[in-house]
Design a protein. Structure first.
Length: 303
């Protein structure tokens, strides 16, 4: 009996030692297993970047495949470096598409291709320093056009604005109000009145000058002009006007505003340097006159 009890005690001690060793080793096994497991990495290109609404709103980080927004910005030239290619000097973009504050920020393309594609190609000016697009070229042409105009010499006879050609009363549509005023300080070429032989009359001049009194005996207005001295003026019907101290040679044009013909009668005065010219109506075109010329010798011619 004692021998049996001793054997049982030894067996119990052995079982206790084995169980105690197992209990001590249990916490060590999970820790060793955890130490041997590899550390998991964070996915730098999560699938959320390729799902709506991020697919069309957020730029993917550097090194990730481009989503819809990244591809569109790259096609427009707004991303200078392809988002699938990262360089040591360029920091990656954040999750929200913003550039981190650390490191050197990436400079945007000053001349994006969007300026050279419609509708911006024909509507928007490119930034200064960029190659001109179609709209910029049009604006440059408009700005330089006025400076490319070739000035016309005022000596060209066909472009002199100060010359007034006497209008024949036989052309009713050419009204005397269309005549261009002539500045007294601007020398002009006086229209010649064809001399007739003999002159209609001759007057005595006063130091080469003459006073001409125009008398309108008609009921219509008469437009007259001293070429090189006065602008076209109107003389009412049944009225008169005195033109003083005109230097000869001188040419005076006149025309009825209603388009009728004028019978012109110069009447010299006994006073030196005085000439009276009367206007009357006539229905005979051969008697109509539109200009009078006084020469330096006092000869008076009508045309």
């Amino acid at each position: 009996m004692n021998k049996y009890c001793q054997n049982f005690r030894k067996s119990a001690e052995l079982v206790g030692a084995i169980c105690g060793g197992l209990l001590i080793s249990l916490p060590v096994i999970p820790q060793a297993a955890l130490a041997q497991q590899p550390t998991s990495k964070v996915n730098p290109c999560p699938s959320i970047f390729y799902e709506e609404p991020h697919n069309n709103r957020v730029v993917v980080p550097q090194g990730c495949p481009p989503n819809a927004l990244t591809q569109r910005l790259a096609a427009q030239g707004l991303l200078p470096v392809s988002p699938t290619t990262s360089t040591p000097s360029q920091p990656g973009l954040g999750v929200g598409g913003e550039i981190p504050q650390t490191g050197t920020p990436t400079a945007l393309n000053p001349c994006p291709r969007v300026f050279y594609e419609d509708p911006f190609n024909s509507r928007s000016l490119v930034p200064q320093g960029c190659p001109p697009n179609a709209f910029t070229q049009q604006q440059q042409v408009r700005e330089t056009s006025p400076t490319q105009a070739v000035p016309v010499s005022p000596q060209t006879p066909t472009t002199q604005p100060n010359q007034t050609v006497p209008v024949s009363p036989r052309t009713p549509r050419n009204r005397p109000t269309q005549a261009v005023p002539v500045s007294p300080q601007t020398p002009t070429t006086q229209p010649l009145v064809a001399p007739q032989q003999p002159p209609v009359t001759t007057i005595a001049l006063a130091d080469g000058r003459v006073n001409v009194r125009l008398v309108n005996d008609t009921m219509a207005k008469v437009t007259y002009q001293v070429i090189g001295d006065t602008a076209p003026r109107s003389l009412q019907g049944r009225s008169d006007v005195m033109l003083k101290s005109l230097s000869t040679p001188i040419t005076i044009t006149f025309q009825r505003e209603d388009g009728g013909f004028l019978l012109v009668t110069p009447q010299p005065s006994s006073q030196a340097g005085m000439l009276e010219v009367r206007f009357n109506e006539t229905g005979d075109a051969s008697e109509g006159r539109s200009a009078m010329r006084i020469q330096r010798n006092g000869s008076v011619f009508l045309n």
